[in-house]
Design a protein around this ligand. Structure first.
Ligand code: BGC
Length: 426
């Protein structure tokens, strides 16, 4: 990480830290957990945590703040801290955990990591994110795969499509066939975050893992403003052409409902959609809905790990409850049940996937292969690959491109410029 970046964020949050230093007088066996899990499946999964903590004498306030992607939740987290309200934990992912580490507000949960042998049971790629300066300050709850295509079998059959698309040309041909039947081909495009989420596998498909890392992890201007990016943006335009404009403003889970009920053929979304299909009573991999790796990315795995940072508590009871919370989040029993509802897979690779659906089984198998073959990439759209400002620059550029007549060439150029500016703000 760049030094100026570290300093800027630390300074910005120092003032928050000073305010938050006032002892909180709240009942310390009660901890609030800030997250953005408001879809039916997400709330059901979160309830597993609430119930398991209850049996241990800790009340969890499920502080769910609407907005897929969590931008609102992250803003509210900062506001709460500035108002002197210290939460128990908050959903913060990827490299951003480091930025929060600089604030000095985070609790050390090494005791939980030691008891659960996180370094042994959780893949290194995931485990590394959880530490700040060698101490654990966060815990992972799930492992999502992003590069999926969800489809309704009856709609595909109606359009004369025998098998889900395996490459880009097949996907476009299938979208045209569905359109010809008067059915919505693609559900999506609801907002900037959703557009970026759809672009995520399109970019990987177009450029492959090495280019993906150059763009979204290394933020290399030459890779961003490149013919490969132009091609990826052209592909996003093709998808846009098959996505009804009327879906602007709709949520990802609304779109999942359309595919579940045969009102749309496809959705490009991470496997939180898997959980939502299950919640709607339609098992992906079953007779109604199928999942296939996003065309052209079958051997790759774009990962998104939902993790929670813990805040220092002022009482002994609060500190003990925090350790219990971190232990529970990473316990085999919790991870098995939570991830079943969430649509993801456990971070613990030694937990059996008993009762999981076929898409989840594929996800685990693909994670292990992709990990061996260096085909794992951190999702840029889900804040896993870089810091807030560059991620925001990518999302804003894509949103602008999608909702205007900007050419792919111009969009690639402005994207590179915006990311360059964001790097210095970071
Ligand atoms: C989170 C998922 C969540 C999804 C939609 C993603 O950013 O990582 O856990 O289900 O947003 O809310």
């Amino acid at each position: 990480m760049k030094q100026p970046a570290k300093r800027a964020l630390a300074l910005a949050i120092l003032s928050i830290a000073a305010l938050a230093a006032e002892p909180a007088m709240a009942d310390q066996t009660s901890l609030s957990v800030i997250n953005w899990w408001t879809a039916g499946s997400e709330a059901k999964a979160m309830n597993v945590l609430v119930q398991m903590m209850k049996t241990q004498g800790v009340t969890i306030k499920n502080d769910a703040i609407a907005g897929g992607g969590g931008a609102q939740a992250r803003t509210i987290l900062k506001t709460r801290l500035m108002e002197g309200e210290t939460p128990g934990a908050a959903q913060i992912k990827g490299v951003e955990i480091q930025q929060w580490g600089h604030t000095g507000l985070l609790a050390n949960v090494d005791a939980a990591a030691k008891a659960g042998e996180w370094d042994k049971n959780i893949p290194t790629e995931i485990d590394n994110y959880m530490k700040y300066k060698g101490n654990y300050v966060a815990a992972p709850m799930d492992l999502h795969r992003l590069n999926w295509l969800w489809y309704n079998r009856a709609v595909l059959a109606k359009a004369g499509i025998k098998a889900p698309p395996q490459d880009w040309n097949e996907l476009i041909a299938d979208l045209a066939k569905v359109q010809a039947k008067g059915i919505t081909p693609m559900a999506g495009g609801g907002n900037g975050w959703m557009i970026a989420t759809e672009f995520d596998p399109i970019a990987l498909e177009t450029g492959g893992p090495a280019w993906y890392r150059d763009v979204f992890v290394k933020l290399d201007a030459k890779a961003i403003d490149s013919p490969t990016m132009v091609k990826a943006l052209e592909r996003l335009r093709q998808i846009e052409a098959y996505t009804p404009k009327a879906l602007a403003g709709r949520t990802w889970n609304y779109d999942t409902g359309l595919v579940a009920h045969g009102q749309a053929a496809f959705q490009i979304m991470g496997d939180w959609a898997n959980g939502q299909f299950e919640f709607l009573g339609v098992t992906p991999g079953g007779p109604k809905v199928g999942c296939v790796a996003f065309p052209g990315t079958a051997s790759d795995f774009i990962y998104n790990v939902d993790s929670f940072i813990f805040f220092r508590q002022h009482s002994e009871a609060g500190r003990a409850a925090t350790i219990k919370l971190a232990e529970t989040m990473t316990s085999p029993k919790f991870q098995l049940l939570f991830n079943k509802y969430k649509g993801s897979i456990p971070d613990l690779m030694n937990v059996s996937l008993k009762g999981y659906n076929p898409c989840q089984l594929k996800s685990r198998a693909q994670f292990l292969t992709a990990s061996k073959e260096h085909n794992l990439v951190p999702s840029f759209s889900q804040n896993m690959s870089t810091y807030g400002p560059p991620t925001g620059a990518f999302i804003d550029s894509l949103d602008h491109f999608y909702t205007s007549n900007e050419t792919p060439q111009a969009a690639a150029e402005t994207m590179a410029k915006r990311v360059e500016v964001a790097k210095s703000q970071d």
